[in-house]
Design a protein around this ligand. Structure first.
Ligand SMILES: Cc1cc2nc3c(=O)[nH]c(=O)nc-3n(C[C@H](O)[C@H](O)[C@H](O)COP(=O)(O)OP(=O)(O)OC[C@H]3O[C@@H](n4cnc5c(N)ncnc54)[C@H](O)[C@@H]3O)c2cc1C
Length: 224
């Protein structure tokens, strides 16, 4: 696998070239990285038996690849297949004067490529570590790691981050300077944020089991 860094600009390919809402597109790889780092759930799109299937699933990443995992029985994880992965963050509803101009403030990324089934045991474990740490930093060292049987029951797919596109919408509705501004209606943005709550202990735990610091510290912090 090539180890040189990707270019700071995302390549424009036939698949990634924005055709609509081009002004929302970004070619900065830093924007892609920020979107991927802000989330841990993606939608994996794959063609199964000739039909599209899009499944939500958690992901992790390194500098060059995105990792998704699941049961060896998952049809969406058959591997060595063309896939398309999206990651979306919703930042607010854009409420315009006209229904036509309503929209969403968002950050989203679409990654195109051929998923590769990871078979090397070391790489598989490292991919699973990245996936675990991406969702919950500190958890790989805290929880019991997968044993041989669990590893055998798990598929890990790797997808290159080379061919990807980004779109970002921010700001107010677009009809503030059009004829509909005369309607006298309220218009603006209703922001949306996700915040981690207080940890809820498993009732099966002994009552004196402390919440580990890496979990407790996230309460009240923003996600996304
Ligand atoms: C939460 C949310 C809600 C949206 N709601 C609507 C809606 O109701 N109606 C609507 O028309 N559009 C909506 N969009 C924008 C939508 O995602 C598409 O960008 C837009 O519809 C253009 O689609 P297209 O098929 O013409 O894409 P094209 O421009 O033909 O797509 C070409 C390539 O551009 C890239 N691309 C397209 N969209 C995105 C994206 N969002 N993020 C990153 N890369 C992308 C892909 O690589 C794709 O292969 C929404 C986006 C988000 C994130």
């Amino acid at each position: 696998m090539p180890s040189e860094a990707f270019s700071a600009r995302l390549p424009e390919t036939d698949r990634t070239r924005h055709r609509r809402l081009r002004e929302q597109g970004s070619l900065e790889r830093a924007d892609l990285d920020a979107i991927l780092d802000a989330g841990f759930v993606c939608h994996l799109g794959v063609v199964v038996e000739g039909r599209p299937l899009v499944v939500p699933t958690v992901y992790g990443r390194d500098e060059r690849q995105l990792y998704v995992h699941g049961s060896v029985a998952s049809r969406s994880l058959a591997g060595d297949l063309p896939v398309c992965v999206t990651v979306t963050h919703i930042d607010g509803l854009v409420l315009a004067r006209s229904v036509f101009e309503h929209g969403v403030n968002y950050r989203s990324a679409v990654i195109h490529g051929d998923a590769r089934k990871v078979t090397d045991p070391e790489e598989k474990l490292e991919g699973l570590r990245r996936l675990t740490e991406h969702a919950t930093p500190g958890q790989w060292s805290y929880a019991r790691r997968p044993n041989r049987k669990e590893l055998a029951a798990t598929t890990l797919l790797a997808l290159s981050l080379e061919e990807a596109s980004v779109k970002i919408r921010t700001g107010a509705p677009d009809d503030g300077d059009g004829p509909d501004a005369e309607l006298g209606l309220w218009a603006g943005v209703l922001p949306l944020t996700s915040v981690w709550g207080e940890p809820v202990a498993d009732p099966a735990l002994p009552s004196d089991t402390a919440v580990p610091g890496h979990i407790a510290r996230r309460a009240g912090t923003r996600h996304g």
